[in-house]
Design a protein around this ligand. Sequence first.
Ligand code: AMP
Length: 468
Amino acid sequence: MDQTSFFKLGLIAPLEKRLKEKKYNNPTPIQEKTISKLLDGNDLLGIAQTGSGKTAAFSLPILQHLSSDIINSNPVKIQNSTQEKRKPIPRALIIAPTRELALQIGKSIESYGQYIFAEQTVIYGGIKQLYQVAALRRGVDIIVATPGRLLDLIQQGYVNLENISHLVLDEADLMLDMGFIKDIEKVLQKLPSKKQTMLFSATMPKEVSKLAKDILVNPIRVDVTPKKIILDQIKQYVYLIDTGNKMNLLLDLLKSKKMTHTIIFRKTKRGANYLGQKLYRSGFRAETIHGDKTQAARQRALRQFEKGRAKILVATDVAARGIDFSRVSHVVNYELPNIPENYIHRIGRTARAGSEGVAYSFCDVSEMSFLRNIERKSKQKIKISPHSYQTEKKKSGNTDKSKKRTKYTRQEKSTSEEKINPRRNKRRFENNEKDKKPNQSTSNKEKVQIITSKEKKRFYSHKKKKSF
Ligand code: AMP
């Protein structure tokens, strides 16, 4: 596609110039499908995630619409690039679920709108409201906000939304997941009924469909499945491994692979803290972010990671939304997420802006069904790692379970191992007792599966308790 492809979508010269400077030569699929229709004023239901280029898809039309108002209201300012005379009023409102995402959107809009002169501010909780109130008092055209703080400032009388002509609800599914629906409903009541509304969501649960029905008028619907955008550029491996051995595997990978910028995802905040500390004690500079950290701590951690002072960022799903560093080389799923879209979202933190990335996932017996769902959803098989970890029992001939010791060895690659079907492994997990049959233990290829002595112990102790 030639250099004027954005121009063909109907964008004005100041925006096109900026996109050229940013080396955006071609629109991404969502930009191609939406920009000209949004310029015509249509509502939009976009099924897309971070990484698809959706921020530019909604920001560029908004900036273009606002720019004509700005030129009409104050031509002097445009000609002289001065700030005097015009007192902006909020006309575009973008609501995002997390502070990181809101800040990221604000940064993008500032960058795309460099030649448009629209004033914008980002409003989010976790810090004092002083500077946010000051920005609102000076006047802004665009507000990017998280729902809670926005509502708070509306209720205190600092935000007037009477003139909003553009509304964006970003990552609507996460917003509803996080329990923001009531706040959003209250904000929606403050908006004029005539406006252009854009709703983006990575998934379409019932609640989001209902919200979309309630607030969108004849929307265009665009579905950009993430696999088309990112999965091709990411090398994905899954390690079938028992829970108790994940830490060893992680340390081994960190030592043996060139993992220059790695994000490790954990399911819980506690797990993230624990892993961050453990890595630190093992000599790795790791930063941790999750929802319980203060805004200042989160920003500091992100800065350390961005600048390369910390090579590892341990994060939970919610905190990781909005992270957009082009240098992330690896993503590690310490636990597999139970929602396939979250897996795609996580691994999409790497391979940003056309670069390549690697994603390692650690899958224990309880996560096998998640793996299957992810494979089904992404319509691809994830390669089982060439290096598999396995449990070996001491060949002492002693059959007493309590005396059996577990040793984890790294098994060198055998090409056939890569093709081992996870379903077969699951069956082997489930029929653990059968694994003891001599014909299975003698074959090296068959040893790939891995069972957890811990889970077995838990299982047996549970049974014992029951029998009393
Ligand atoms: P988003 O999904 O909006 O968070 O964008 C993901 C990343 O893609 C960001 O780093 C953007 O700067 C980048 N991006 C967005 N649109 C384009 C484009 N047309 N060409 C190249 N990079 C883009």
